[in-house]
Design a protein around this ligand. Structure first.
Ligand SMILES: [Zn+2]
Length: 237
């Protein structure tokens, strides 16, 4: 009976260890970090692609203005415009176009700078995500390694438990299991030095006399906590 209790206590401790591995908490924290970092990465990628679109737009806005300036310059250079007034008009238009080109180029430069910063930020976030991914992988490996060890021990204990329980009367095991569930995992306790080691209370003199007179195969129960009391040479009876 006490062997069964010992193996059940070991099983309960293993299950507790399984559920409270520090890796569970570490993983939860890392996964939170990763989901925040990956949301940041998506936002950064969106910023980069928006800026790329804006930069292409700026470039295509510039194209016709540049072409027009070149055309005007060619008309001045090849002498095809003889009229002085028309020529003045062309020169003025070129000046206007150049101011426009400058403005558009400034705007494009600004966009390119923003794009460069956004791309750098995206790269940092991608590296951060990869780093978190790596750390999560390490913790998962460490967790799984420990779970495998614990599960191996649990399987061995389960086998041992079956073997021990098979040698005990079924109703006794059933009573013990019920007590174990309702009494904090301890269904059977040794009677040691006239004390129930389940509830730590001393057995009174009258009960002790009853216990001492009981036949060896009788199942004793603690009057205080109800647990199965197991007599040993240390019981003090
Ligand atoms: Zn007790």
């Amino acid at each position: 009976m006490l062997d069964l209790q010992a193996v059940d206590t070991a099983i309960a401790q293993l299950r507790h260890r399984r559920a409270t591995l520090p890796e569970h908490g570490q993983l939860a924290r890392l996964e939170d970090e990763r989901s925040a970092a990956s949301a940041d990465l998506v936002a950064a990628e969106t910023r980069v692609s928006d800026l790329e679109v804006a930069q292409r737009q700026a470039e295509s806005d510039l194209e016709p203005v540049r072409q027009r300036r070149v055309r005007n310059q060619q008309r001045i250079d090849d002498g095809s415009v003889a009229d002085a007034k028309a020529l003045t008009g062309l020169v003025e238009e070129i000046q206007h176009l150049e101011r426009r080109i400058n403005d558009l180029e400034d705007a494009e430069l600004e966009l390119m700078e923003q794009l460069e910063n956004a791309a750098a930020e995206r790269d940092d976030l991608a590296a951060r995500n990869a780093e978190l991914e790596g750390r999560i992988g390490e913790v998962v490996a460490r967790r799984d390694e420990q779970l495998a060890v614990i599960d191996g021990e649990l399987a061995a204990n389960a086998e041992e438990r079956s073997a021990i329980a098979a040698d005990l009367p079924e109703p006794l095991v059933a009573t013990y299991d019920k007590l174990r569930t309702s009494h904090g995992g301890v269904g059977a306790a040794e009677l040691r030095n006239r004390r129930c080691t389940g509830c730590q209370l001393e057995v009174n003199a009258a009960d002790l006399r009853t216990f001492a007179a009981a036949p060896d195969d009788e199942v004793l129960r603690c009057e205080e906590c109800g647990r199965i009391l197991v007599r040993t040479i240390n019981s003090g009876l």
